[in-house]
Each structure stands twice: as structure tokens, then as C-alpha cells.
Write a protein that binds this ligand. Structure first.
Ligand code: SF4
Length: 70
């Protein structure tokens, strides 16, 4: 199975990888590995992270219930 750039749907190759182009890859694989990072003009950028959603603390819900009961 070929590696696919997230969200683009285009297959990627080791030749497009930052690590290969900077001669930092020591792997001799026939397909891109999980470490693939696209070599962009602005260099190596960290992978996108999911947004962190904050939940209210548990004690906030308990306080709301006690306020409603009063
Ligand atoms: S790090 Fe992985 S994807 Fe990048 S060149 Fe090396 S083997 Fe290929």
C-alpha cells in the first residue's frame, strides 16, 4: 500500500520526503514509511495536530446542579 499525503489523495514517494532530500534517511525501503514528511519551501514543519477541546471541570457541573436545586 502506497503512502498517501493526508487530505490530498495523491500518493507520495521517498523522493518527495524531506529526510531523503536532505540525505538524512538511512532506510532502504521500496515505499515511503510512516516518518514521511513533505519537503516544503519553508522546510520541515510539524504535522498538524488535532484541536484540543477543553471540557469544563467536573466540579463545575456539580456546582450548576446545586445552584439549580436551590
Ligand atoms: S524517512 Fe521514510 S518516507 Fe522519508 S525517505 Fe526515508 S523511508 Fe522514505
Amino acid at each position: 500500500m502506497a503512502a498517501v499525503a493526508k487530505g490530498k489523495g495523491e500518493p507520495v514517494s521517498c523522493e518527495q520526503c524531506y529526510f531523503r532530500q536532505k540525505m538524512l534517511c538511512a532506510l532502504d525501503l521500496d515505499r515511503p514509511c510512516a516518518s514521511f514528511r513533505a519537503n516544503r519551501p519553508d522546510g520541515l514543519s510539524p504535522p498538524r495536530q488535532p484541536v484540543l477541546l477543553m471540557r469544563p471541570p467536573r466540579w463545575a457541573n456539580e456546582r450548576d446542579r446545586s445552584d439549580a436545586a436551590a
